[in-house]
Ligand binder design. Structure first.
Ligand code: PEP
Ligand code: MG
Length: 755
């Protein structure tokens, strides 16, 4: 038996030469297994490919009966090969027959062999097949041989992914990589989209697998690791790219991993075995992913995500690709597939090229979801495994109505969805017809249906959706998508464009609501343990009067001669309102002194988002011209449930009696003081929850523009008085046989109300 340690390197060199030769795919596979067998002095080398029906089919062999090629089959989990595919782990066995999974395939004549070494063919953590060698003698294959076999498996994985193996088997056989897959996630933004995958962080495709010179490759790795570590230190200092929540802990973990000796050692080993630095990163990551994918411990899975991100960054560094980002030459009908995403990142894409967004994470009130809804982009969240199962440009259908995602859908599924899209278009047409009808219930209650907005792109929706005005203008969006603090003139420009677009319809501007999960890259904030409860919104604004005064000045100037409504977010105590008023008064004095035209009328309001206001409603109403309930945050603080935490996002119901009682107390306080009350959280935009709000007495609600049609269709069919009675009874009752949600659904169905 050969013990020359250059054997594996020779093999890799031979495979590289082979890949450059003009061979037919089957001939290339045959030659690959022949070379492996020769190099490893194995009597047998076989290659199995996983089909879409879960069967591993023999695609090439050296040493087994050649007549078995494309005939011999194993199920996933069956035999040694099936076990490797099912577990994504290699097997190295001196006496294969003693392994409990050993089975005998008569057509291959393999019973004479004792030792067995098999490795999974992996790509992005997915198993695509198995490559093995067998010997008559009882031998233990060396680690270098295992490494070499794994590396050849990577080459084969690329051939499979490139589609080179299609059509080698019998007609009709589909490979697993092209298998249709359906996922069930959480519907986060309605609508149906048919299109092609854009992987948000496109996996960098490593094309150069084999190194020419180990030392220079290790040097390259060291250099890139150095850059990677510096970039992480930068992140830790600036905190400007952290995703949702827990920024600090995540980045600290990144730092730890970037210095992880075990990781670096494995990378170096892979390079010594002949790989380029980037191929080494891909290989080590693929092994780790395959090993950890089966673990259910959420902590370990999260760490795996961190390692994945880190490996991506290192790959981009090695391949000179900067920070990744938007695919410029992407499809015209893109459906973005991402693990998670920030609101600003979504806005990097051209709206006219996006048909949907699939997230492995994502909660109903994540900001990317709110922005997507504003843009009318369907979103499905909580789609586990979407990223690793997708390839750029795969066909995909997203159903934002019921949470389905269909990857590589068969023709009949496509037909069904194309029909659904036509049906939706018809329904949209009905909403359009309703657009100019008054928003009045069956029993004559008029309701203001307002829209939420934040960017120029939202403005045409005012007319298109038939909104009665803008109930919430989120001014921070302009700040979030800018790379530097917008100047007064830029802010003024946006605000006057909004007022121009609204004409006689009212607009409520909310002052900057940053901090928490809305971070501005250019505004330094110290790390916080609980950002949602921390330094944010009006708390920052009152401490940094220059920031607030700049914005107030822009608003006052933009509204010269017109009515201006300003409201403050995250107010906790009344003294904050007094202080905000003082700032406005100062700004008014300043502008008057310089002869600016003042707004015709100025109305000041606050958002009710912090439960402390619920217990001082009368005092509050005496201080303000209007209030608006931010039910997203109010519910978050009322129920102690992090609005961005996907584990608990759907656990507590915002239609529960205690929360509805709180909402009702706000409506009643407004009535007592004749102060207009609006609600502008996500509850306003879903027909069923909006119906509950009408039952509680809300007469003004503000929502994402695309929700106005469905909410109006509900409203015009509703008898608000009857509903109020049913809800009051339920809220007051101590013995409930059903939930409020069930009651509302029953009520809607009994009265033919669309919801
Ligand atoms: C809310 O909290 O309900 C709200 C409308 O504000 P935002 O979602 O922007 O925090
Ligand atoms: Mg809020």
């Amino acid at each position: 038996m050969r013990s020359d340690s250059s054997g594996p390197r020779l093999l890799l060199r031979r495979i590289r030469e082979l890949m450059a030769e003009p061979l037919q795919p089957q001939a290339r596979l045959d030659e690959i297994v022949r070379q492996i067998a020769a190099n490893m002095v194995a009597e047998v080398c076989s290659l199995y490919v996983l089909r879409s029906d879960g069967v591993l089919e023999l695609y090439a062999t050296e040493g087994l009966n050649p007549g078995a090629v494309h005939l011999a089959q194993l199920r996933l989990g069956e035999g040694l090969v099936g076990t490797i595919a099912a577990t994504a782990r290699p097997l190295n066995l001196p006496e294969a027959q003693k392994h409990p999974a050993f089975t005998y395939l008569p057509e291959t004549g393999e019973e004479m062999f004792n030792s067995f070494l098999g490795v999974p063919i992996l790509r992005a953590g997915r198993t695509l097949g198995v490559l093995d060698v067998q010997n008559k003698a009882k031998r233990v294959y060396r680690d270098e041989e295992l490494e070499a076999l794994e590396t050849v498996a990577m080459v084969v994985a690329e051939m499979i992914a490139a589609g080179s193996l299609e059509g080698l088997s019998r007609p009709g056989v589909q490979l697993d990589l092209t298998r249709p897959v359906s996922f069930r996630g959480t519907a986060l933004s309605e609508g149906i989209g048919l299109g092609h995958v854009i992987l948000h962080e496109p996996r960098v495709v490593v094309t150069n697998l084999f190194n020419e010179d180990v030392d220079s490759e290790i040097e390259r790795l060291e250099r890139s690791l150095g850059y990677l570590r510096i970039s992480i230190e930068d992140m830790l200092a600036r905190r400007d790219i952290a995703g949702e929540g827990e920024h600090r802990a995540v980045l600290e973990a990144y730092r730890m991993f970037a210095h992880d000796r075990g990781w670096v050692r494995r990378l170096e080993e892979a390079i010594r075995n002949g790989l380029t630095a980037e191929a080494a990163v891909e290989k080590v990551q693929s092994d780790m992913r395959a090993r950890m994918m089966h673990m259910t411990d959420p902590y370990i899975r999260e760490r795996l995500h961190d390692f994945d991100d880190l490996a991506h960054r290192l790959l981009r560094q090695l391949m000179g690709r900067g920070e990744g980002g938007v695919m410029e030459d992407g499809p015209q009908d893109g459906i973005i597939v991402a693990r998670s995403m920030g609101a600003a990142e979504l806005l990097d894409y051209r709206r006219d090229r996006i048909r949907g967004l699939v997230l492995e994470e994502g909660a109903p009130t994540s900001h990317v979801v709110i922005v997507a809804r504003a843009l009318g982009v369907p979103v499905v969240g909580q789609v586990k495994g979407a990223v690793s199962m997708s390839e750029n440009r795969d066909e995909v259908i997203i159903d934002g109505d019921d949470g389905g995602v269909h990857l590589r859908p068969p023709a009949d599924v496509q037909t069904v969805f194309a029909e659904k899209v036509r049906f939706r278009a018809k329904r949209q047409e009905q909403y359009r017809l309703l657009r100019d009808a008054p928003a009045v219930t069956q029993d004559g209650v008029a309701v203001d249906l307002l829209m939420n907005a934040g960017l120029m792109v939202d403005l045409p929706q005012l007319d298109a959706a038939g909104a009665a005005g803008i109930g919430l203008f989120r001014t921070e969006l302009q700040f979030m998508i800018a790379s530097a603090m917008p100047k007064v003139s830029e802010q003024e420009h946006l605000y006057s464009a909004v007022l121009d677009a609204a004409g006689t319809k009212p607009v409520t501007f909310r002052t900057l609501d940053v901090g928490g999960d809305k971070l501005l890259p250019y505004l330094h904030q110290s790390p916080e343990e609980n950002p949602a409860l921390g330094y944010r919104a009006i708390r920052i604004a009152l401490d940094r009067p220059a920031l607030m005064r700049t914005q107030l000045r822009a608003l006052l100037k933009a509204a010269g001669g017109r009515e201006l409504k300003i409201m403050f977010p995250m107010v906790t105590e009344l003294s904050e309102i007094h202080r905000a008023r003082e700032l406005i008064a100062r700004e008014l004095r300043h502008l008057t002194k310089f002869g600016h035209i003042m707004p015709r009328r100025l109305k000041l309001g606050v958002m009710i988002e912090v439960p402390s206001l619920l217990f001082q409603l009368d005092e509050l109403m005496e201080l303000v011209d209007f209030v608006s309930v931010g039910s997203n945050d109010l519910f978050q603080f009322f129920s102690a449930v992090d609005r961005g935490n996907t584990q608990i996002a759907t656990r507590f119901d915002d239609l529960s009696p205690p929360f509805l009682r709180a909402l009702k107390s706000i409506v009643q306080a407004g009535e007592r003081h004749s102060v207009p009350v609006t609600l502008c959280g996500e509850m306003a935009g879903k027909p069923l929850t909006a119906m509950a709000l009408l039952g509680l007495g809300f007469r003004s609600i503000s929502m994402t523009p695309s929700a106005i049609g469905p909410v109006k269709a509900m409203l015009v069919a509703l008898d608000a008085g009857k509903l109020a009675q049913a809800m009051d009874q339920h809220i007051a009752s101590r013995h409930r046989s059903q939930t409020m949600r069930e009651l509302l659904q029953g009520f809607a169905e009994a009265h033919a109300i669309p919801y």
